[in-house]
Design a protein around this ligand. Structure first.
Ligand code: NI
Ligand SMILES: [Zn+2]
Length: 228
């Protein structure tokens, strides 16, 4: 393969049609032809369907501190995490999981809306893993005094687990399982445990209640991200 094309792959072109252009040059075209593409620019020789074999573009790493969403209503998704009670969260989680479940059934569930934006399936992988990580943190807070959580890098996880290559049906099942697990933990919390503390490795301090609120916002926000 021509080096320039290989480089494009390495940078993360996803779902492309490799085209040999007049036998001398290669081009990478998006799967969906541009509406304004004139017929003269179309390649003469359509090549091989390649699919998302290689790592697509990495989204901008999420390095923002989202703890402000505990104090203010999120201007994007409209969720006011600080105003909900932990006991409300399981039904919010179930609602988000149902919305994702439906979205994962669509034929474009693995399609990215933009090269560096996660597809619905990738977002579903993310919230599945968020459920598992936050369940672990909650269990630590309930069992230990003021635990410090292990750092979790969500962007590295997405790459290590190859979110882009995961199957929507399987992700739907895994998401439902992970959500049921954390909901069980949240439902087990007694009122006297809501103030138990825990700390993230970046220094942010949570209580059981604020961690559950923070978790709920993450899920609701990602339902907003996939447009449901
Ligand atoms: Ni998130
Ligand atoms: Zn939000």
């Amino acid at each position: 393969m021509q080096k320039a094309v290989k480089d494009m792959y390495d940078r993360g072109a996803m779902g492309v049609i490799l085209t040999r252009w007049k036998f001398t040059r290669y081009a990478i075209n998006p799967c969906r032809p541009r509406r304004d593409a004139s017929p003269r620019t179309l390649p003469r020789f359509a090549g091989t369907w390649v699919g998302p074999m290689t790592e697509p573009l990495r989204p901008e790493p999420d390095v923002k501190d989202w703890t402000w969403t505990l104090r203010e209503r999120c201007p994007q998704c409209g969720f006011a995490a600080g105003e909900i009670r932990a006991a409300d969260v399981p039904s919010i989680v179930e609602d988000v999981v149902a919305r994702f479940g439906e979205r994962l059934g669509a034929e474009d569930a693995r399609r990215r809306p933009a090269p560096a934006t996660w597809s619905p399936t990738e977002y579903a992988c993310h919230i599945r893993d968020v459920c598992t990580v936050f369940d672990g943190r909650l269990l630590e807070m309930l069992a230990e005094d003021d635990p410090q959580f292990a750092n979790w890098n969500q962007d590295d996880t997405a790459i290590e687990k190859r979110y882009w290559a995961q199957q929507p049906d399987q992700v739907r099942t895994e998401l439902a399982e992970a959500a049921a697990q954390i909901n069980e933990t949240i439902r087990s919390v007694r009122p006297s445990q809501l103030d138990r503390p825990g700390r993230r490795s970046d220094g942010s301090v949570f209580t059981v209640e604020s961690l559950v609120q923070y978790f709920a916002h993450d899920l609701v926000h990602h339902a907003y991200d996939i447009g449901t």
